[in-house]
Design a protein around this ligand. Structure first.
Ligand code: GLN
Length: 280
């Protein structure tokens, strides 16, 4: 019988055996509750849990069983090989978003000014800045709470002042003449009322980071239209979007006169990002 309540005096091994969660999640939550590394969990497997440890672990298991994402329970998620702090003020960084980072790294000229719109936890901007110290990153978000997390993540992963953060609703707080050589964004793109918003991890994530409360394309439209004022001629605009939005996003880019408009597949084979080059 598995259980969500682990009693004091249980060994680490028996807590793992009896947990109602699957193995990996159990190990992650045990490491978190006991402050142990993966290796310590193995070498100390016969050690018995104190009452406090058992209680702490049980509380985490119960949160997970109520559906809360592991990343919010531990406050951590890895992205592009870097550790990020996350709370429910920010979207949990997704592995498929690493595609956008790779596309930007391949296309940003040396010393380029890069703008990340709707940075959330800062994952995209910080991953780019970490790989390419030559670039000048600006990352903005309309959520002050998200920016506070992004700033913590920059401190954690980068030298001081490596990314400039700005509180802004898309382009609105940028100076009129501010120019960038590359613009990137993973905006909210889920259609209002989509059933996925009521399932799994998404139920716990900030709704404004997931959906535009409209047809799923309104933030993407705002970003594509506004880019004309801030993207240099010859600069790339790179966007993440939903699994069924690639044709619509290519159309938006073509309508605005972008060249080399194309989409790229994520590791699951889904067209997950699209982009183009701004015409002179
Ligand atoms: N990729 C996320 C999901 O479908 C959505 C993130 C977003 O809207 N930018 O779960």
């Amino acid at each position: 019988m598995t259980t969500s309540r682990i009693e004091a005096g249980s060994s680490i091994a028996s807590a793992q055996r009896d947990s109602a969660l699957e193995g990996l999640e159990t190990r992650i939550l045990l490491m978190h509750a006991l402050g142990l590394t993966r290796v310590q969990l193995i070498t100390q497997s016969e050690r018995c849990l104190t009452a406090e440890e058992a209680q702490r672990f049980t509380a985490l298991v119960q949160r997970r069983m109520a559906g809360e994402p592991i990343a919010y329970i531990t406050g951590q998620r890895e992205f592009f090989g870097l550790p990020f702090s996350v709370t429910n003020d920010v979207l949990i960084p997704r592995p498929e978003t690493e595609l956008l980072v790779e596309l930007a790294l391949e296309r940003a000229p040396h010393g380029a000014r890069v703008l990340d719109l709707g940075t959330g936890s800062g994952a995209i901007a910080i991953a780019i800045a970490h790989s390419r110290p030559d670039l000048q990153l600006t990352a903005l978000d309309s959520s002050a709470a998200a920016l506070a997390i992004a700033q913590q993540n920059a401190i954690r992963n980068l030298p001081p002042q490596a990314v400039r953060f700005l509180h802004s609703d898309w382009y609105s707080a940028l100076m009129a003449g501010a120019q960038f050589d590359l613009i990137i964004s993973n905006p909210p793109y889920i259609v209002a009322g989509d059933s996925h918003l009521r399932q799994g991890d998404l139920r716990f994530e900030p709704i404004g980071a997931l959906t535009d409360h409209a047809d799923g394309l309104s933030a993407l439209r705002t970003i594509v239209k506004g880019a004309a004022a801030h993207l240099v001629a010859g600069g790339w605009l790179l966007l993440e979007h939903g699994y069924d939005q690639s044709a619509a996003v290519r159309e938006l880019l073509i309508a605005e006169g972008y060249r080399q408009v194309q989409s790229w597949r994520d590791l699951a084979g889904i067209e997950r990002a699209s982009g183009g080059v701004r015409l002179a």
